[in-house]
Design a protein around this ligand. Sequence first.
Ligand SMILES: C[S@@+](CC[C@H](N)C(=O)[O-])C[C@H]1O[C@@H](n2cnc3c(N)ncnc32)[C@H](O)[C@@H]1O
Length: 296
Amino acid sequence: MSGQARDRWAEWLLERRFGGDPVHRVSFLEGVVLWRERVLGNAAVQEGETLLDVGAGDGLIAFGALDLVGQDGRVVFSDISRNLLDHSRELAHEMGVEDRCEFLLVPADDLSAFDDASVDVVTTRSVLIYVENKRRSFEEFHRVLKPSGRLSIFEPINRFKQPGPPHLFEGYDVTPVQDLAEKVSAVFRRIQPMDEDPMLDFDERDLFDLAEDAGFAEVRLNYEASLVSDDAYFGIVDWNVFLRSAGNPKIPTLEEAMDEALTGEEIERFTAHLRPLVENARRRGTSALAYLWAVK
Ligand SMILES: C[S@@+](CC[C@H](N)C(=O)[O-])C[C@H]1O[C@@H](n2cnc3c(N)ncnc32)[C@H](O)[C@@H]1O
């Protein structure tokens, strides 16, 4: 893959979510391991089972599942990013586990590559937020699962507390430069309009209803919402990392958004106010997450 342009999913998962910083990458990944444990724990994976991880990315859930399905089990990595599937295949080869893995380029809402009732477990983490047809995806998860098969999902609920008050930018109090914050925020809003973008058009109750409507016999939901003061955005207190990180694969970094929306003098003013808040973790952070698990 070296030398070639990667698709936006690979570019974000492997680089832009960490602001390209190897130190932040390590601390970020330490945090996501907890999500992996819960998704796999809720799936109650057994040895010898076949697990399909939808939107496997760089394999956070899928590689974790390999230990649980054991030598007689199989893990299918599926994604719409060929670059990420290639990346995971290379890793699986290096780890000597390739013979227990399969890599499939398929979207979450069209799993026609799979027969009905062909897998024991479906997992997916932070994928449905990017999928427009969430209803069809749940129907596909239900179809490919064997009787009594399990589904386990984790999704951030990004519409929680959105739109936020105008004096907060990513949770930082920007009252003295609110006009500039509004110009920068408008760049992000243009790309992801509230109520239209798949990342913002659903909440935890929709996930529950979609699982029920798809026909799952048992559905459980664990919803966690939090408000934290003196918090850092994804643990970032380095200004350059903050500038060069993108919140998701579809949006620019803060640096790119400022370049687009502000003049040179405005960038200086905005930075002079925001930088010390970032470096001192003076953020009022809100977040909401949903874990859903279901039995066919
Ligand atoms: C935030 S990443 C999560 C990756 C991985 N599940 C994890 O837990 O780290 C989102 C993943 O969903 C994939 N994706 C986006 N849209 C998709 C779709 N319609 N169907 C399947 N995968 C999709 C992306 O390529 C990316 O790998």
